[in-house]
Design a protein around this ligand. Structure first.
Ligand code: F6P
Length: 466
């Protein structure tokens, strides 16, 4: 790649602390290795009226971070409103939770124009630009409108639902056609890629699609690039003192119990209440397991300023209370629900102490917890992964116990099967899973996306075609 790599995402990692959250962790690692520029929101909300955001530049090693603040109106309209109260629920098949208002949509568009304006002052002719996620769908179109002909790629970290769901979004064709300005449009799974191509054919006509290419305003290649983790790095995190202390502490505290864990952002897409119901069902169906199995559910606080997120928090607190009240004993609580963020070392320790991980979202773009759990296991005595068929990662991990998270009874049986699984079967499944996450790790993801984006197969866009 001749020019610099410029990454743009809504959330910029805090460069003074290790990053938390899927996208920020993944991109921090990549940029530290390759060098480049990263533009994003600082995470701060400031009072600056209508003036343009100031750009703060910070160089750390070979990465230059450009951060901009949001004012209250931008935060409410762009982040809290259109991105997270309109697009997020629709992308996760929750039309029932989606709110739509024209004012937020307008601010979302304005913010994308603002991100583009910052980029225009920065971008050199041979730079390659990689835009991330649903907050910034129209950014490529803004760059083209300003005459930029650089290679520009887009990666969606969330699922992309089928046409009938996308069609519920007002102005869906205008938003989704703005993706045609990108040279490469990447999705997490084959299913997402298929959904997109079907939508384009349905909305714009059969001749808009040629194989895996969209033929509108020039050509855009569409691909599935499932994101991975840095397996070696996570394995060394799992060997750190903090991780080992966590693992040993948990093993000691739960020496007579079998630990089942769930780790998620507190989000309705993660299916946490469904999971707790299934765990309760498992205890009812297998009373001999009562007192011996405990579910530890870590739910890290997320987007608490949005009503639907506050609702799910209340629902979960009540549900855990009721399962514990019904089934708990003086010396045993079936569910331990912890509403806080643990660092990666603590999580790696917890994964090692657990016999089973429940990764059972109702919908998820990928889900890196599944991959981290596998990476952290001792290959001689590995734990078992119970995995939702609706997580993008399920396409890559058929050797997990695949479940339908809506089917309480079958998840209850899968929990039991995981807890009593013979060692040889656990080892065999783990070997296959570890092989997959190593082959398709974070570096593979980044390399394959950027190689594809910088391949000469793309005709250069001319001003006419943008
Ligand atoms: O695509 C989803 C995602 O960007 C994750 O990668 C990340 O963990 C999460 O959303 C962060 O959400 P937010 O920036 O709203 O806190």
């Amino acid at each position: 790649m001749a020019g610099r790599l410029i990454v743009v995402s809504n959330r910029l990692a805090d460069f003074h602390k290790p990053a938390a959250g899927g996208l920020a962790v993944a991109l921090s690692g990549i940029l530290r290795q390759r060098g480049g520029v990263w533009l994003g929101w600082s995470g701060k909300i400031v009072n600056r009226g209508k003036e343009d955001a100031q750009i703060i530049r910070t160089a750390v090693g070979n990465v230059e971070y450009l951060s901009i603040d949001l004012n209250e109106e931008e935060f409410n309209g762009y982040y809290k409103g259109y991105a997270n109260a309109t697009l997020w629920p629709i992308l996760h098949h929750r039309v029932d939770l989606a709110k739509f208002d024209k004012a937020s949509e307008k601010i979302y568009r304005l913010m994308n124009a603002r991100f583009a304006k910052v980029l225009l002052t920065e971008i050199q002719d041979d730079d390659v630009v990689w835009v991330h996620d649903y907050h910034l769908i129209p950014l490529g179109e803004e760059l083209r409108a300003a005459g930029k002909l650089n290679k520009v790629g887009f990666f969606l970290h969330t699922p992309l639902p089928p046409s009938a769901i996308l069609a519920t979004l007002p102005n869906n064709s205008s938003l989704l056609s703005s993706l045609f300005s990108y040279d490469l449009i990447g999705f997490q799974s084959q299913e997402d890629k298929r959904n997109f191509l079907n939508y384009v054919e349905w909305q714009f006509g059969k001749d808009s699609v040629e194989g895996s290419k969209v033929i509108r305003r020039g050509k855009s290649v569409v691909g599935a690039f499932p994101i991975g983790i840095d397996v070696c790095e996570f394995q060394s995190i799992a060997q750190s003192k903090t991780a080992q202390a966590m693992r040993d502490g948990m093993r000691e505290e739960y020496s007579k119990r079998q630990l089942v864990v769930g780790v998620d952002r507190l989000d309705y897409s993660k299916g946490i209440p469904h999971r707790v119901h299934s765990f309760g069902e498992f205890l009812h169906r297998f009373p001999q397991m009562q007192r011996s199995a405990t579910l530890i559910q870590i739910a890290s606080p997320s987007r608490g300023e949005i009503e639907t997120y506050a609702d799910i928090q209340r629902e979960l607190e009540a549900l855990c209370g009721s399962v514990n009240g019904d089934l708990g004993e003086l010396d045993w609580m079936p569910v331990r629900y912890i509403h806080k963020t643990l660092c990666q070392e603590e999580l790696a320790g917890l994964y090692q102490a657990a016999k089973v991980a429940l990764v059972t979202p109702l919908r998820d773009g990928m889900n890196l917890v599944a991959k981290e759990f596998v990476a952290a296991q001792n290959p001689y005595k590995p734990g078992v992964l119970v995995l939702s068929r609706f997580a993008g990662v399920a396409e890559q991990m058929p050797e997990a116990l695949i479940v339908n998270p809506y089917d309480t009874e079958s998840v209850a049986y899968a929990i039991h099967r995981a807890l009593v699984m013979p060692l040889a079967e656990r080892q065999e499944r783990h070997r296959a899973l570890l092989g997959k996450i190593k082959d398709n790790d974070l570096h593979w993801w980044c390399r394959s996306f950027l190689q594809r984006l910088t391949q000469p197969e793309f005709e250069s866009r001319s001003i006419k075609s943008v």
